[in-house]
Design a protein around this ligand. Structure first.
Ligand SMILES: Cc1cc2nc3c(=O)[nH]c(=O)nc-3n(C[C@H](O)[C@H](O)[C@H](O)COP(=O)(O)OP(=O)(O)OC[C@H]3O[C@@H](n4cnc5c(N)ncnc54)[C@H](O)[C@@H]3O)c2cc1C
Length: 409
């Protein structure tokens, strides 16, 4: 069988490789940075099958001005990037209107409904399953008014099939006694879990696939070109032909879509993490702090504090005040924390409606898109890989793919 090329070796590219190899395909991965070095490297590690409410939601209209102007806000804009971002931002605001938001939430919930099944073939493998920590995620509100403001979103989650329990302050302290007594309300999302280390999971997955013949070429792809019975990838000036090409380059995917006839308004939601080494015993599960926009996740090497949203493209410059916000807020939540030893910036790939692109390109059915997974790339990796393999095998995917088409823009 001729080779399939996958561009991008993050959660989406690796899960696609695994699904295609299960179907007996030979796969070549292209990525200059190696395995899991993009947004997949430093995320919060949560399997968030409950997270069907995208950032673009009706509360944005009241919250955004306050968020953008406050120093305590976990939501920021790099003002110098505004001229480039403006068209995306307008679409983002439009997709926050109630009816459009409900459509996005419905599309996300439908996909998330298959997220656990999507992971099943990967987690059937003992060496991969050992990275899973089956502890339900706890999401907290330090202020009763914020919890009240979140009720509409919680009601919509419930309507879309998400199961959760609402907790009072005493329940929260009983579950996680090391937390400061500053949280008034909480939500415990049933059946969620987290990875002890997302990057180690991906590296192990890669090693297993490499042992079965997966090739990795550490090079930057500059072009994808469809032709009659296949598609090509150009890297280092060489054009190579494949039976299919899968675009899984996260936030860098719009250029390849353009080459294949699709204009997708993909931009970034930058996010940060700080790590407290050796502190993982302080909490037993991922704990999110709603007002501060981050998760505290116990991982194999410490507690990772990951989150915030900064609209600002690809600039390498880190926003010190967001790193400081993560640091002082996490110490307020968990007073026993000491000093973080490292920080990280990653770029979430985000379409303005918050829904990923999964499907064939306009120019050719030989080019498959799998990108734009915003805050949910780890969670949706298994089902996205399965959809990629279904499309190439011409099998029916587990759900109608119309809401995820690149042509929706
Ligand atoms: C702070 C933070 C916390 C998060 N927490 C969670 C969470 O708890 N749960 C969850 O589900 N998701 C979470 N996410 C989101 C998740 O990390 C992303 O959605 C996911 O990593 C996207 O995976 P990807 O494979 O599409 O992209 P990436 O991981 O970015 O991979 C894309 C790859 O493409 C490669 N590439 C780019 N251009 C080229 C080119 N021209 N040629 C070859 N290769 C190229 C890059 O080197 C990169 O390795 C979080 C994100 C952040 C930033």
């Amino acid at each position: 069988m001729p080779d399939i090329a996958i561009i991008g070796a993050g959660f989406i590219g690796l899960a696609s490789a695994a699904a295609l190899m299960r179907d007996g395909h030979h796969v070549t991965l292209f990525d200059p940075s190696g395995v899991g070095q993009g947004a997949s490297f430093g995320n919060a590690g949560t399997f968030a099958h409950y997270a069907c409410i995208p950032v673009n939601n009706p509360s944005v209209f009241s919250d955004l001005p306050r968020f953008l102007l406050s120093n305590d806000s976990p939501f920021r804009l790099r003002w110098g990037y505004l001229p480039q971002l403006a068209p995306w931002l307008v679409r983002f605001m439009m997709s926050s209107l109630p009816r459009r938001h409900e459509a996005s939430a419905g599309a996300l919930a439908a996909l998330l409904g298959h997220a656990q099944d999507g992971y099943a073939p990967l987690l059937a493998n003992e060496k991969l399953a050992r990275f899973v920590r089956p502890r339900e995620c706890l999401y907290l509100y330090s202020n009763g008014a914020s919890f009240d403001a979140a009720r509409a979103a919680l009601d919509l989650r419930r309507k879309l099939g998400v199961a959760f329990d609402v907790l009072a302050a005493a329940d929260i302290r009983a579950l996680e006694p090391s937390l400061a007594p500053i949280f008034e309300r909480g939500v415990l999302f049933n059946d969620s879990w987290h990875f002890s280390n997302p990057q180690d999971f991906l590296q192990t997955l890669y090693e297993q696939l490499a042992a079965q013949g997966l090739k990795l070429e550490r090079t930057t792809v500059s072009a994808v070109r469809p032709f009659a019975d296949g598609a090509s990838v150009t890297a280092d000036g060489n054009e190579r032909r494949f039976s299919h090409v899968v675009v899984a380059t996260g936030a860098r995917s719009a250029q390849f879509a353009r080459q294949c006839g699709d204009s997708v308004p993909l931009d970034t939601e930058r996010g940060y993490h700080v790590r407290y080494p050796g502190a993982q015993q302080l909490i037993s599960r991922p704990v999110g702090w709603a007002e501060r926009g981050f998760y505290m996740t116990p991982m194999s090497d410490g507690i990772r504090i990951a989150g915030t949203v900064e609209l600002g493209g690809f600039s390498e410059t880190r926003n010190r005040s967001l790193i400081d916000l993560l640091t002082f807020s996490s110490k307020r939540a968990l007073p026993a924390l000491d000093t973080p030893d490292t920080n990280w910036l990653g770029v979430r790939p985000t379409l303005p409606d918050g829904v990923p692109v999964l499907g064939r390109s306009r120019a050719s059915e030989r080019v498959i898109y799998a990108f734009g997974h915003q805050h949910l790339g780890l969670t949706l990796a298994g089902v996205s890989g399965r959809i990629v393999a279904d499309l190439i095998a011409r099998r029916a995917p587990p759900l109608d793919l119309a809401p995820y088409a690149a042509t929706r823009f």
